[in-house]
Design a protein around this ligand. Structure first.
Ligand SMILES: *[C@@H]1O[C@H](CO)[C@@H](O)[C@H](O)[C@H]1NC(C)=O
Ligand SMILES: *[C@@H]1O[C@H](CO)[C@@H](O)[C@H](O)[C@H]1NC(C)=O
Ligand SMILES: *[C@@H]1O[C@H](CO)[C@@H](O)[C@H](O)[C@H]1NC(C)=O
Ligand SMILES: *[C@@H]1O[C@H](CO)[C@@H](O)[C@H](O)[C@H]1NC(C)=O
Ligand SMILES: *[C@@H]1O[C@H](CO)[C@@H](O)[C@H](O)[C@H]1NC(C)=O
Ligand SMILES: *[C@@H]1O[C@H](CO)[C@@H](O)[C@H](O)[C@H]1NC(C)=O
Length: 649
């Protein structure tokens, strides 16, 4: 090749897209019980990072911090629902630009373990499966149900060809690809489904790439999880008997590399439960034990990040996960370096060479202080703005999916069929409020219904009084047999002994209205009420980034002292849910990239229960320190039953 041609090719590479490397080889070695990369023995020390939980501008910073910890690999989940929110409409732009993320990892020097799904768990709404799959009411997810498979085939037909150039064999960073996720924990045990996926992955990715599965470290999980043609790996946390866990893997794979695909560095949280923590010493000890055996390991999570918007999942019996996915990981939700980070680095140092050079510092945080908010509109007064599709009428209530809405809130409206001069129970006898409902009669808040917790609220009023029930989808179950988690009023409500009928339902697109700034201030009609419960109401305010201070805007945390529960947006970006009244999360991470120095920054709050200011000024606070561990109202007893894997920790 002439120098000129080489030069112009280099220029082309720089100008256009991927600068993927030279083709390589990556394989399993069943003789030496290891991986082989370009012919050399290879052992990965990896960390999990979810691009869907980190703003794009911070991807490079987080990846670089992982590299500087001594990791040589990352493990990444792909949430299907994040890329195909509507059937056959795909989004890989901006924060969803998976190819850009993979390219960054490669540029930094990290290989990639891709967990392609279709199901991922991940504390993500419905385990990453799109809610629109539930349009077939009796769909059996994660099986050979033909409707499910058809959707999987279409999605994988989009995703996998996109991933193919990123395989290590093709000069990219992806060394291995996981098929499904912990399938052995699922009730269905449909081998035909797993064989179908295996063939599907092979047909798109070729014969060479290492495909694998991950399951709990006992024979009972591996019974339905270990599949011929897919390399079996296990996952287990600190405290687990490492020998016994790898013995389980050896039962399925008598030879080949030992792999722990999820060494837990912390654990997830639920609203109303204590914040999960795990000591650095325990993580370091377990990591050391695994590395001493020559095994491969992925730390789950290395950085948890934030589940912005409505994307959080829930566990069963119903307990939803908060907005923060900090996970007590070695890098905090905001990417800060922790003592755990350095403890892990010290362990890795004993086995692998650590890259030289400075570790990117913790990004500075700024306390913008207190911001006053004004009452904007009561939600039910703003239906024309919020419900673009207008009301739908039906005799019995319809679910979110029947109303073509996946996330957020739907207002269900009916009227009292009879005079209720004495307190009369308005009930969901089949526990069908998914997941929380804010009930009012003739514009007066009367109570809250909550899945598994409160199924009855008393109402009084004349026949014909308007009953409004705002139902919040708090996140679909992401683990176990009940992932077909329909939202809204999924069964009938009764008043006394009668079934309520004659519903008008407003599908609400609150995010659109907030980002377009459509919710203006209105004159207060009523005198302030005593602070028991109010109607779901929007509040708004703004703040300016101070001038004359270098390097602003910086990241910050929003705190809503004495507010109860709701949703918060900044400049139209949906930060997520707040619920300090229950905890443990008190502050929400606000990344600097959503803040503006060119215009006032707009804060919008939808308070569902009662703002701390029905009779005075209201405010929120921007602070420089997170609070994730303040459980106010505890659900401890329930948490114990939540998860088999809790016992590992
Ligand atoms: C760990 O498991 C191995 C293999 O099952 C067993 O021999 C050993 O006693 C166990 N160690 C502990 C501390 O329980
Ligand atoms: C409700 O009570 C009013 C009197 O307060 C009466 O006029 C009306 O007929 C009653 N309606 C029903 C449906 O019972
Ligand atoms: C509803 O009212 C009845 C009668 O006053 C009372 O016994 C019952 O405890 C109330 N139920 C609820 C859920 O408040
Ligand atoms: C409500 O009850 C009616 C009559 O029993 C039934 O046909 C309908 O399916 C029920 N609706 C829901 C959402 O449960
Ligand atoms: C905040 O809202 C005001 C009024 O709608 C608008 O002029 C301004 O651009 C918004 N700020 C940002 C950062 O979008
Ligand atoms: C919460 O975490 C902070 C910082 O780690 C710690 O100082 C505080 O004691 C913790 N509070 C509770 C209630 O655990």
């Amino acid at each position: 090749m002439s120098l000129l041609r080489f030069g112009s090719m280099l220029l082309l590479l720089l100008l256009f897209g991927h600068s993927l490397g030279a083709p390589g080889s990556f394989s399993l070695d069943y003789q030496k019980d290891c991986f082989r990369k370009d012919g050399e023995e290879f052992r990965y020390i990896s960390g999990s990072i979810h691009y869907s939980r980190i703003p794009r501008v911070y991807w490079k910073d987080r990846l670089l911090k992982m590299y500087m910890a001594g990791l040589n690999a990352i493990q990444v989940y792909i949430p299907w629902s994040y890329h195909e929110e509507f059937p056959d409409r795909y989004d890989f732009s901006g924060d969803r630009d998976l190819e850009h993320f993979l390219q960054l990892a490669q540029d930094i020097g990290l290989v990639v373990i891709l967990r392609a799904g279709p199901y991922i768990c991940a504390e993500w709404d419905m385990g990453g499966l799109p809610a629109w799959l539930l349009k077939k009411k009796d769909i059996v997810l994660r099986t050979s149900d033909p409707v499910y498979l058809k959707a999987v085939d279409r999605w994988m037909g989009k995703l996998l060809p996109m991933m193919k150039p990123f395989l290590y064999q093709n000069g990219g960073p992806i060394i291995t690809v996981q098929v499904e996720n912990e399938y052995g924990s699922y009730f269905a045990c449909d081998f035909n489904y797993m064989y179908h996926l295996t063939q599907l992955f092979r047909s798109h990715l070729g014969e060479e790439v290492v495909l694998f599965t991950t399951d709990g470290p006992t024979l009972s999980y591996l019974k339905c999880g270990a599949i011929k043609g897919l390399y079996t790996t296990v996952d287990f946390g600190p405290g687990e008997n490492v020998t016994a866990a790898f013995d389980a893997q050896r039962h399925a794979e008598p030879h080949g590399p030992l792999v722990n695909s999820e060494l837990y560095t912390g654990w997830l949280d639920h609203w109303g439960s204590r914040h999960s923590v795990m000591s650095s010493a325990r993580v370091a000890k377990s990591l050391n034990e695994i590395l001493a055996l020559g095994a491969n390991v992925n730390m789950y999570m290395f950085i948890g990040g934030t589940t912005f918007g409505y994307w959080n999942g829930a566990n069963d019996p119903y307990a939803s996960q908060p907005t923060s996915y900090d996970f007590d990981a070695p890098l905090t939700e905001a990417g800060d370096l922790t003592e755990k980070y350095f403890a892990i680095r010290e362990v890795i140092k004993m086995y692998h060479k650590i890259p030289a050079g400075p570790i990117p510092p913790t990004t500075p945080k700024y306390a913008y202080g207190t911001v006053g908010l004004k009452k904007l509109q009561v939600l039910s007064d703003a239906l024309e703005i919020l419900s673009l599709s207008g009301p739908i009428k039906s005799k019995y209530p319809q679910t979110f999916i029947e109303l073509n809405q996946a996330f957020g809130y739907v207002l269900y409206r009916t009227s009292l069929p009879v005079n209720c001069s004495t307190p009369t129970p308005l009930s969901s006898p089949l526990n069908g409020v998914h997941d929380r409902a804010y009930v009012s009669v003739d514009g007066v808040a009367v109570g809250i219904l909550e899945r598994n917790k409160v199924i009855t609220v008393n109402v009084t009023g004349k026949a014909g009084s308007q009953v409004d029930i705002l139902v919040e989808n708090m996140g679909r179950i992401n683990y176990g047999k009940n992932i077909n988690d329909f939202k809204g009023l999924v069964s009938n409500l009764t008043l006394g002994k009668d079934t309520l009928t004659g519903w008008t339902m407003y599908s609400l697109n609150i995010d659109e209205a907030v980002s377009q700034g459509l919710l203006g201030e209105t004159k207060p009609k009523d005198p302030p009420k005593p602070p028991a419960l109010s109607l779901p109401t929007f509040y708004g305010g703004s703040f300016i980034i101070p001038a004359g201070i270098p390097d602003l805007p910086q990241d910050t945390y929003i705190k809503l002292p004495k507010w109860r529960k709701g949703q918060v947006w900044i400049n139209g970006f949906n930060l997520g849910r707040y619920w300090p009244a229950r905890g443990p999360q008190v502050t929400l991470f606000v990344p600097a990239n959503i803040l503006s120095t060119a215009a006032p920054n707009n804060v919008t709050v939808l308070e569902l229960e009662e703002a701390p200011c029905s009779s005075g000024p209201c405010s929120v606070e921007f602070t420089a320190t997170p609070i994730l561990n303040a459980t106010v109202q505890s659900d401890c007893k329930q948490q114990r039953r939540l998860f088999i894997r809790d016992d590992l920790l």
